[in-house]
Design a protein around this ligand. Structure first.
Ligand SMILES: [Fe+2]
Ligand SMILES: [Fe+2]
Length: 256
């Protein structure tokens, strides 16, 4: 469109868009947390008083965001897979690879969950976030492996045929060196009793995603059932140390 044909200034158009977004939420105002703005390169937050002044008839959203898929009252891990994790393919391909390799259910589960930090929460330090989310519900071997794959994936282990991923050379450049805290994590992990479980996440991590691979979450429902202690109250409502993380994922635009 010709810029001059539109009498609105850029900021007027941004305001109009903001209004439209809010309108789509009906009676409520959804707010973006600072972290969401940081990801856009802005150190900025929505000020409650300003938003309320612009929308005096509306209340802030304090629950489910109607733009997102509806979650049940007592959500399970499978509900998060279907309604909140942005991509399933990589996790399913990795877990399928581990299953076909004849590995233990703990290894298969670790592969299935290893990147939920990325697919459901945040990329930075995804192994740590993912491990924290699942820690109350899985064997410590599984959460330890998920946490530590953050570091191990940067270091080869020729004994099990794991090389530094070529994808990382392509993604981060040939000169990329892991930060000292990652090196320290690797050094601590090397002689740990669960080292191989975490290493097997790396070995089964599928770096080249095959869009035609046949994978199905249903193949893992039984393994999840046996190895993930789904709380009867629903994830987010069981007062576990990570319940708030699951609630945040469920209600990312809640005002408080
Ligand atoms: Fe990962
Ligand atoms: Fe991965």
């Amino acid at each position: 469109m010709n810029e001059h044909a539109n009498p609105q200034t850029l900021s007027e158009r941004a305001d109009a868009l903001e209004e439209k977004m809010m309108h789509e939420l009906g009676e409520h105002i959804a707010t973006k947390s600072v972290l969401f703005n940081l990801a856009d390169g802005k150190v900025q937050m929505d000020m409650g008083a300003d938003l309320k002044a612009k929308n005096p008839d509306k209340y802030f959203l304090m629950g489910a965001d109607p733009r997102l898929p509806k979650m049940p009252d007592k959500p399970t891990l499978i509900d998060f897979f279907h309604n909140r994790f942005a991509s399933l393919n990589h996790l399913l391909q990795s877990a399928t690879h581990a299953l076909k390799g004849g590995h233990s259910e703990k290894v298969v589960l670790a592969c299935l969950l290893h990147d939920i930090g990325v697919t459901g929460f945040i990329r930075c330090d995804h192994g740590y976030w993912g491990a924290q989310m699942i820690e109350p519900y899985v064997d410590e071997e599984v959460s330890w492996a998920v946490r530590t794959h953050q570091a191990l994936r940067f270091f080869p282990d020729p004994a099990v045929g794991y090389e530094y991923p070529q994808m990382y050379v392509k993604y981060f450049g040939a000169d990329y060196k892991p930060e000292p805290y990652i090196v320290a994590e690797y050094e601590r992990a090397k002689n740990h009793k669960y080292y191989m479980t975490s290493r097997l996440i790396c070995v089964n991590d599928i770096y080249s995603f095959d869009p035609n691979a046949k994978v199905d979450l249903n193949d893992f429902v039984d393994i999840i059932g046996r190895n993930f202690r789904q709380p009867k109250e629903g994830l987010g409502f069981d007062n576990s140390p990570s319940a708030h993380m699951w609630r945040t994922l469920m209600w990312p635009t809640r005002f408080l």
